[in-house]
Design a protein around this ligand. Structure first.
Ligand code: BTN
Length: 321
């Protein structure tokens, strides 16, 4: 944690005021430096009360996904060890991709308050209003063959669904390939972007959008009937840095499982949680519609659809229940 994070910790630990002397002693910096940190915190939107005799008091925290706020809840070694925060961005996936191309190590996350060109699957747009949700992208560099990379998308849905369970006690459902639903409405989606060579994956970007404090009035008309958020489902407001920290922790847990036990282990967990076997489905793939019974997930993440006794393997598409 950097000094700013430490200053915040001292302010939070002290019930009332904490003197500039105390902070400067603990940090080993001058009182002027402490004063500068306070001004910096104010610029970030923190409400700092200053009293000549008593020192400083933290009177308000902004609703922002700053890395040091996420760090309070993140229990990971790799994912989120560096967090790049932006108020506004075109797409967190695009910046993460650029950073990865420039050599950014595994685990770095790009987190934004809003996206101007949030990307969804199959060229769709991801509605990304400011300060309501979580939009984040993580760079991973798994040493795997490109053919085993797609199940990584399941890591993300599983992590999101566990996070929702932890925060609300509600059971989310999983929809192939990468949607998470609550009460039959979409609450989260994942966009995987890759850079590969013939035989190896250079890096993977997992981009997750999770609706947190979104209300119907913030929603674009076209998603109103199909989308939900944590707050809509529970009538509560959630601390977004906490949601993000828990999500990163769950993601790392599944990523470790993926690396240790392989992609099939993840596919099996996903398949069981999604209760997909035996389900009658209609899948649209590039304009074609296929109806059949799901027989499971292949090790490359494709769905196996039984169409009148013949198995068709579908790699990408949209499911209609
Ligand atoms: C989908 O369900 O269509 C996938 C949506 C993925 C949205 C997230 S938000 C963070 C990251 N940045 C993007 O531009 N897209 C992903």
């Amino acid at each position: 944690m950097d000094n700013l994070g430490e200053v915040l910790r001292y302010l939070r630990e002290s019930d009332g005021f904490i003197s500039g002397d105390r902070i400067s002693g603990r940090l080993g910096v001058s009182r002027t430096a402490v004063w500068k940190y306070m001004n910096q915190l104010e610029r970030y939107g923190y409400n700092i009360e200053k009293s000549k005799g008593k020192g400083y008091h933290l009177a308000g925290t902004p609703d922002r996904l700053y890395g040091w706020e996420i760090d309070r809840y993140r229990k990971t070694d790799v994912i989120g060890r560096r967090i790049i925060h932006r108020d506004k961005i075109d797409s967190t996936n695009s910046l993460a991709f650029k950073q990865a191309l420039a050599g950014e190590p595994e685990g770095t996350c790009v987190v934004a308050e809003s996206q101007e060109k949030g990307k969804g699957r199959l060229g769709r747009k991801w509605s990304s209003p400011a300060g309501k949700n979580i939009y984040f992208s993580v760079i991973l560099r798994p040493a795997i063959h490109p053919s085993t990379v797609y199940p990584i998308t399941f890591l993300s849905s599983l992590a999101v669904s566990d996070t929702i369970g932890e925060l609300t006690g509600l059971e989310a459902s999983l929809k192939w390939p990468n949607d998470v639903l609550l009460h039959d409405r979409k609450i989260s989606g994942t966009l995987l972007e890759l850079s590969t060579e013939a035989d190896m994956v250079r890096f993977v970007i997992i981009g997750i959008g999770l609706n947190v404090n979104l209300e119907p009035k913030d929603m674009d008309q076209e998603i109103k009937a199909r989308a939900t958020s944590l707050s809509m489902a529970t009538k509560k407001t959630f601390e977004r840095p906490r949601v993000c920290g828990i999500l990163m922790s769950n993601l790392e847990r599944y990523y470790n499982l993926f690396r240790e036990d392989g992609e099939m282990a993840i596919c099996d967990i996903w398949e069981e949680k999604a209760r997909i076997r035996g389900k009658r489905l209609e899948i649209n793939q590039m304009g074609e519609s296929y109806k059949g019974i799901a027989r499971g997930i292949d090790r490359d993440g494709a769905i196996l659809l039984d169409i009148d006794g013949k198995i068709k393997k579908i790699i990408a598409g949209d499911v209609n229940f």
